[in-house]
Design a binder for this molecule. Structure first.
Ligand SMILES: Cc1cc2nc3c(=O)[nH]c(=O)nc-3n(C[C@H](O)[C@H](O)[C@H](O)COP(=O)(O)OP(=O)(O)OC[C@H]3O[C@@H](n4cnc5c(N)ncnc54)[C@H](O)[C@@H]3O)c2cc1C
Length: 394
């Protein structure tokens, strides 16, 4: 591996690789095909990963976690995604929600929510922003107060009362902690008038609706959640009143999560294509000996490796560069989405008919790659946001 990883990081990546190959690979295809998406959630595998310290990987060491930095968690996600995306993405979601608590939470929240997360091997969390009528409107900065989140939070004594509906939220159905975005001032734009609340998954007034039946990432389910007069004590507001988007920025500022998903799955697909090309005989020789096929494999790997190098650059910038520009995070996502689509195009050529047969691993990898291209916002919205920072120095 070319990026200068430490011995410790490489050892941890090895733990992830072995876990994924030993525990996940043998069962993933069967779990992925379960007709009810609720049944795809890999609870038992998360518990096994917890025993290896993977669920609590980024929790600060003084709270009993691994204290992993951005490069380490990205390396672990990228490594795991080469075997199966759903399980490792559930773990990555754990890294995201626990880092929110430990980065943005106050001492009391770290003690109550952070300790509960660390101590319970079944504890996963969800980040609930998207609503049926508001997706991109929550992410793109528009001044109109009518655009964005409708979910309301109204103060009543020491409590906030939450009402509204969320959908498409990852792991929400299985979460013990919901990180919920709600409107606390509907008279200003969503970016100025939203706050974040910590809500128990089984709190009174919270009900979970459908688990969405998705094309891919099926071991990482998404659901809808209803809030009916849910009373949240003011001590469970995360960050400041109307400071919800500062919390959002803390979550996404230096994320290389989506590039790691895309490059990891693409590497898995590349490896499958390369091995297939060595075995498959057409024109009297293994197809890898046809210049068109080796050219396509080289093209595929070039794009994957360029996206990977930029991903490590994001990680380095987040850890080492005070002036790190969040445009890089956006570029990393959009570039790796393009790379993912190109990988699919080349794979379907190299593999021919076999590539999309349900008994090949490539069929799942292609579905997985297509599933999350709009993650953290569509590419067009992501570039529109980048376009709002064109005058900022790199
Ligand atoms: C697997 C998966 C995991 C997810 N996880 C979560 C999660 O954990 N938490 C969460 O809150 N959400 C989550 N989401 C939701 C995801 O963030 C949204 O789907 C995404 O933000 C896009 O919103 P949308 O689907 O409503 O698309 P829309 O907003 O309906 O966009 C449709 C099209 O319209 C364009 N468009 C929209 N507005 C404008 C505009 N003003 N100007 C120009 N073009 C515009 C968009 O670019 C796009 O091309 C997840 C979704 C999936 C599928």
């Amino acid at each position: 591996m070319q990026y200068p990883f430490t011995e410790e990081q490489l050892a941890l990546a090895d733990v992830v690789r072995q876990f994924m190959q030993r525990e996940v690979a043998p069962v993933a295809a069967e779990m992925d095909r379960r007709p009810d998406p609720k049944d795809c959630y890999p609870a038992e595998l998360i518990r096994k990963a917890d025993k290896l310290g993977l669920r609590t990987l980024v929790v600060p060491e003084e709270y009993g976690g691994g204290g992993a930095d951005t490069t380490t968690k990205t390396l672990c996600l990228w490594t795991g995604a080469q075997t199966e995306i759903g399980v490792i993405k559930c773990l990555s979601q754990c890294w995201k929600v626990s880092s929110v608590i430990f980065k943005v939470g106050n001492d009391d929240q770290k003690e109550r929510w952070g300790r509960a997360f660390v101590e319970d091997p079944d504890f996963v969390g969800g980040i609930l922003m998207t609503e049926p009528d508001y997706g991109s409107d929550n992410l793109y900065r528009q001044p109109d107060p009518k655009l964005g989140l409708r979910m309301s939070a109204v103060k009543d004594g020491e409590y906030w009362v939450l009402n509204g509906v969320k959908r498409f939220n990852s792991l929400s159905t299985f979460s013990k902690m919901l990180i919920v975005f709600a409107r606390t001032d509907p008279t200003v734009s969503v970016h100025q008038g939203s706050s974040v609340f910590l809500v128990h998954g089984d709190q009174e007034g919270v009900t979970h609706g459908r688990v969405h039946d998705k094309l891919g990432y099926r071991l990482y389910p998404n659901g809808e959640t209803f809030f009916d007069n849910v009373r949240v004590h003011e001590s469970d507001m995360l960050g400041e009143v109307n400071g919800g988007y500062a919390t959002q920025a803390a979550i996404f500022r230096g994320s290389a999560e989506l590039p790691a998903c895309n490059t990891g799955i693409s590497r898995g697909l590349f490896t499958f294509c390369r091995e297939h090309a060595k075995e498959r005989i057409q024109g009297g020789v293994p197809i890898i000996e046809h210049p068109t096929v080796s050219h396509m494999l080289a093209d595929m790997l070039m794009n994957i490796e360029v996206a990977e190098q930029f991903m490590w650059r994001i990680c380095w910038g987040v850890e080492n560069d005070e002036s790190y520009n969040t445009r890089f995070t956006r570029y990393g996502k959009v570039f790796s989405d393009d790379m993912a689509l190109k990988t699919i195009r080349l794979a379907t050529d190299i593999l021919g008919g076999i590539g999309i047969m349900k008994d090949t691993p490539s069929e799942k990898m292609i579905r997985d790659l297509l599933t999350f291209l709009h993650g953290d916002g569509t590419d067009s919205m992501t570039l529109l946001r980048a376009g709002q920072t064109l005058d900022e120095p790199v």
